[in-house]
Design a protein around this ligand. Structure first.
Ligand code: FES
Ligand code: MG
Length: 594
């Protein structure tokens, strides 16, 4: 049994400071009267019932999470059935496919605003309605900072997409269709039809992109009810899980079971293991490291390599595999994956969860019946599915998912028998995504099948929020010759729905003085996966000269901010390896108790 340190009595409810505080009748009356005005009674507000926030991330601006407008009704019914009172409120929208310049810009803004709401209003606990990529980390980061009893519930993936008898997965199909479009195989109309087919219902991306990843990891962390993350949005089980989630948060308030009781170092280590086994997104280290920082658990990109790299890929889901969210759910979802990992001795079974039991008790023996979709640990889809953390003169940290390296790539770059894990190449450098789009087909760049493409100016400062642009498509002449991928390195991010073997999240970014800022088109670089190194092959003296030149120019140039928030965030944001958190926020921990 997992509980917080003390059982709470009705007199110890936090909301009583607002609604029933005889020491301050003036303020109590003021708080009370306006919450009575829509029909709540004094008996409800002063009746010593937990007041539970429902953090609503769905709206017309957030199609991935929009189904939460319906699900929140079931959450509310669960809260009421368990003796609580539900207060639903809106969160700042973060729609991955709608927000410019990039949705990730708003993760920290949504985090900040949710912290203010959770701290400043009469809430005893909160249900976090998560889904689209950044909504999940933003909510969990805020829950960590405030440390009120909290439980997250995913909106669930869309149903499978289909086009002409083939599964079309969100995002992943775009990367494939854009290659076919560039190769002249399909026209504009077919391009649009294929991509639209991948979004057949309510819900978030149906691939193992960042949304499926982050919600699976919220469950692995212990912050969502077991089995909840993978339920497709339109399935009846999703509404039932909403009801159970509402019921459970009320109990968590009485148990005083808070994020700090659940998000322990062991739980984060479980998350890293789970991420490799599901084939999770390269965005996960950024967001998980951020959540860990806000709850005060040390976690680094070295931990991701040390704990996760050797773990095999068990889930056969796009982009790394073949299937989509419906098959994954029917095969057992995350509990079936954790059961495999437990049997292999890779999970800290005693890590607590919001369900009130340990992750071991929740998942042990819940093996899948469909071994095509969730593989046994000893017959995985791929070995070593975790991330490498590379370092060198190019950057202090960058993530690489080696399990997605294709046979073709391997033959071209890694086929030196004396050193099969190292490759060298000439680089072509792009300054941001616009520069790439303008120049990629420029013949004078001499891009061939052994060129390495560099994307810089795409980190948290250079392209505020860090753009998902590192997986660059080769020039169309190469695509027409059948070369669909070149190695890409960059200080930006890559979509979780892309299977490219890029080296990304490079920190520090060019705009923060990282080594990428010193590169010039035509330079050669060397990547050695055994040594985890990434270096510029030019002399130290030349590097020093370039560094001095860059500093004399005032550093790597980047475009001006277009909004106040872009400017504010740029002035105080950490690098991707550090979770892209806001530096001044770090001194605020567990604020609900202070
Ligand atoms: Fe929202 Fe993928 S775009 S989940
Ligand atoms: Mg994305």
């Amino acid at each position: 049994m997992v509980e917080g340190p003390h059982r709470r009595t009705p007199d110890q409810l936090r909301s009583r400071l607002w609604f029933d505080n005889p020491d301050n009748p003036g303020m109590t009356a003021l708080y009370l009267e306006r919450y009575l005005n829509y029909g709540l009674t004094r008996e409800e507000l002063q009746g010593k019932k937990p007041i539970i926030g429902i953090a609503q991330t769905g709206s017309d601006l957030s199609p991935c999470n929009r189904h939460h407008l319906e699900l929140a009704k079931r959450v509310r019914e669960g809260i009421t059935a368990a003796g609580g009172i539900a207060f639903e409120f809106p969160c700042h929208p973060i729609q991955e496919t709608g927000k410019r310049p990039t949705a990730c810009l708003d993760r920290n803004l949504s985090y900040l605003s949710l912290v203010e709401v959770l701290y400043g209003y009469p809430l005893d606990g909160v249900v976090l309605l998560t889904g689209c990529d950044k909504t999940t980390p933003a909510c969990l980061m805020a829950a960590a900072t405030v440390n009120l009893p909290a439980i997250s519930m995913n909106v669930g993936p869309m149903l499978n997409g289909w086009y002409h008898g083939e599964r079309t997965g969100s995002g992943t199909v775009i990367w494939k269709a854009r290659e076919r479009h560039a190769a002249g195989e399909i026209d504009y109309e077919q391009f649009m039809d294929i991509v639209a087919s991948s979004a057949p219902s309510d819900g978030h991306c149906n691939t193992m992109g960042t949304a499926s990843t982050m919600n699976a990891l919220a469950e692995a962390l212990g912050m969502s009810l077991p089995g909840s993350a993978a339920i497709p949005a339109p399935y009846r089980e999703r509404g039932q899980m909403a009801y159970e989630t509402g019921k459970r948060i009320v109990e968590m308030v009485w148990e005083d079971l808070k994020p700090s009781d659940i998000m322990t170092r062991e739980a984060f280590e479980n998350v890293i293991v789970a991420n490799a086994a599901i084939g999770g997104s390269t965005n996960a280290p950024i967001h998980i490291n951020a959540i860990a920082k806000h709850i005060g658990v040390p976690l680094t990109c070295d931990d991701w390599e040390k704990i996760g790299f050797e773990i095999p890929l068990l889930v056969n889901m796009q982009p790394a595999g073949a299937y989509l969210g419906e098959e994954y759910y029917r095969a057992g979802g995350l509990p079936a994956v954790i059961a495999e990992l437990i049997a292999a001795g890779k999970i800290h079974e005693r890590a607590p969860t919001c369900a009130g039991a340990t992750i071991g008790d929740n998942c042990r023996g819940k093996f899948t019946w469909d071994r095509e979709v969730i593989r046994p640990y000893d017959k995985p889809l791929k070995e070593k599915a975790g991330f490498l953390n590379l370092k060198g003169t190019l950057f202090d940290s960058a993530i690489m998912k080696t399990s997605v390296i294709s046979k073709e790539f391997q033959d071209r770059y890694l086929s030196n028998p004396s050193d099969p894990n190292a490759f060298e190449g000439r680089v072509v450098v792009f300054d941001g995504p616009e520069d790439y789009h303008h120049r990629i087909d420029d013949a004078s760049l001499n891009i061939d099948e052994r060129t390495i493409l560099i994307m810089r100016g795409a980190g948290p400062i250079g392209y505020p929020g860090a753009a998902e642009v590192v997986n660059m498509q080769p020039p169309s002449v190469l695509i027409k010759r059948g070369v669909f991928a070149l190695p890409c390195i960059g200080d930006g991010r890559q979509s979780g729905t892309s299977g490219s073997p890029s080296i990304l999240n490079a920190s520090p970014e060019a705009a923060a003085g990282g080594g990428l800022a010193l590169l010039q088109t035509g330079d050669r670089i060397r990547i050695d996966l055994n040594k985890r190194s990434a270096d510029i092959l030019i002399s130290d003296e030349e590097l020093r000269r370039r560094r001095a030149d860059l500093e004399a120019k005032g550093g790597y140039p980047y475009p001006a901010s277009q909004t106040p928030w872009q400017e504010i965030q740029r002035s105080m944001v950490d690098q991707l390896s550090e979770g892209m958190t806001l530096k001044p926020a770090m001194k605020f921990q567990r604020v609900a108790q202070t």
